[in-house]
Design a protein around this ligand. Structure first.
Ligand SMILES: Nc1nc2c(c(=O)[nH]1)N[C@H]1C(S)=C(S)[C@@H](COP(=O)(O)O)O[C@H]1N2
Ligand SMILES: [Mo]
Length: 481
């Protein structure tokens, strides 16, 4: 008797989960056919409301696959929600399905792409869910197979639309001067990061599942708020005043040895030039950078205005316009400040404001004032020349923006620190490559690296989590000779 009951509950749950998968697939495909997404809207909602410990765990576990993990989590969550509905008394299932539809529609509309197709997809999914869940279905397999197929088809459509947009962005943005590829004298070392990180390999960190799409022809940057002259600038206007500079960008979640950092040749307009035109009024204390995805980050105005903190309105990267995922058409970047604090991608407006503005991350418990990048060294290569030999090449990158790298050292098995050879410096705010040869006795050894900045700051060896002040600790690798 008991066995029968739980058997039918399991069947109902599985049946409803299958219906959920089918409904989600249909909704996502409908949305994708018009360039939207149901999953991305819910993913963004989840990012906005997840408590700090959840976000921190997610970033630590998913690493650079956080966007894929979010999408997968959202899809599984949707299926689980559908299954849960099967446990409700029948009269509550329709209202539950309707609430699900309304919720996903609202999520799509406030997501980065403000997606009407996404909202339509959410409502369609809810209608299907309601129809499918009213009585136990005998077609689970059909629902599940169709759902999986439609989700896959939707993914193909969205990727195609992303590619088309990427091409549009590439053709319509300004380009850098295509200066010769810089050299640092270290030559080619297999496994060692290049001096300039190609845009396609550059880490992507933001609260969206996919980059928002912005029409570059219609786009204008407004500079407003407490200014004497309101400005509206096109990409072409900005390109006229842009200069190139080399700098490393680092995410505050970049724990020792990880890849949430990259070094690029940026093209940007010095913020001081924009302030010269707009003329901030007395009472303006913060520069608020606003983006299409609703993200805002603000910086103290005085330091930027005097140039003490050299900030840029960036419109290009490595001789090309900014790629969509890196903020096309424009972003603000202040070299030396962690990415989370150094300005928004996909800018719409620069607003000169007073101290009452509260930023996206500050609402979630992060400090109000910008966090400066802590000096960090990374080991990219630790390899022996010939098999059986104890001679190891150890090489990597190190950064200490804005002052620059004064020295890098490594140590074997936590003994004394040994200096290494440095590549020449591209710019103080850029990363610097390093390399050395060590002779290791047979056995297993740990290698660690640390950097010292030109301002005298030695990389902090104490292990510390990114929240709330940025990570601490040394990159440690284990090798066997
Ligand atoms: N509009 C917007 N800008 C943003 C973010 C965001 O979520 N939305 N994330 C910030 C964070 S946390 C980082 S580390 C950098 C990452 O820039 P990248 O993706 O080009 O490497 O962008 C910053 N700018
Ligand atoms: Mo970040």
């Amino acid at each position: 008797m008991n066995g029968q009951v739980s058997d039918s509950v399991t069947r109902r749950l599985l049946g409803a989960a299958a219906v959920g998968l089918g409904a989600l697939g249909a909704g996502e495909l409908l949305a994708a056919a018009r360039g939207g997404s149901v999953l991305d809207g819910i993913g963004r909602l989840a990012a906005d409301y997840a408590p700090v410990p959840v976000v921190e765990t997610m970033v630590a576990q998913a690493g650079e696959h956080d966007k894929e993990m979010t999408r997968l989590g959202v899809a599984l969550g949707g299926i689980a929600a559908a299954a849960g509905m099967a446990l409700l008394p029948p009269r509550l299932r329709t209202p539950a399905a309707m609430a699900f539809g309304a919720g996903t529609a609202a999520a799509a509309l406030r997501g980065a792409n403000r997606s009407v197709p996404g909202a339509a997809g959410g409502l369609a999914a809810a209608a299907l869910l309601r129809a499918g869940i009213r009585r136990p279905s005998r077609h689970e397999l059909l629902w599940a197979t169709a759902g999986t197929g439609m989700l896959a088809a939707a993914e193909v459509l969205v990727r195609r639309a992303d590619l088309r947009y990427r091409e549009l962005a590439r053709r319509s943005g300004p380009r850098g001067a295509h200066a010769p590829v810089p050299e640092d004298g270290l030559g080619v070392e297999p496994g060692l990061s290049p001096l300039i990180t190609p845009a396609a390999k550059f880490y992507v960190a933001d609260v969206n599942s996919r980059p928002p799409r912005i029409d570059p022809v219609q786009w204008r940057l407004t500079i407003g708020g407490r200014v004497a002259h309101h400005l509206r600038l096109s990409l072409a206007d900005l390109a006229e005043q842009a200069v190139e500079f080399d700098a490393v960008m680092v995410c505050v979640h970049n724990t020792a040895g990880s890849g949430r950092c990259g070094n690029a040749r940026w093209l940007g307009v010095p913020l001081t030039a924009l302030f010269d035109h707009a003329v901030p009024e007395a009472g303006a204390t913060r520069l608020v950078t606003r983006a299409v995805d609703g993200y805002t980050i603000s910086l103290p105005l005085e330091r930027l205005r005097t140039g003490e903190w050299p900030g840029y309105l960036v419109i290009g990267m490595n001789g090309e316009p900014l790629p969509p995922e890196h903020g096309f058409p424009a972003r603000v970047f202040v070299p030396g400040i962690y990415g989370q604090y150094s300005g928004a991608k996909w800018l719409t407006e620069l607003e000169l404001a007073d101290d009452t503005h509260v930023d996206y991350w500050c609402k979630r418990g992060w400090p109000v004032e910008p966090l400066w990048v802590r000096p960090q060294a990374r080991i990219d290569v630790a390899s022996s020349g010939a098999a059986g030999s104890g001679k190891f090449t150890v090489a990597g990158v190190a950064w200490a923006p804005p002052h620059g790298v004064a020295g890098v050292e490594i140590r074997i098995d936590e003994t004394e620190w040994l200096p290494v050879e440095l590549g020449s410096e591209l710019a103080p705010a850029a990363w610097r490559r390093w390399r050395t040869l060590v002779d290791l006795p047979p056995g297993t050894h740990t290698l660690q690296a640390r950097v010292t900045s030109r301002s005298g700051e030695v990389q902090d060896a104490a292990q510390r989590a990114p929240f709330p002040l940025g990570p601490g600790g040394l990159h440690t690798v284990t090798v066997t000779a």
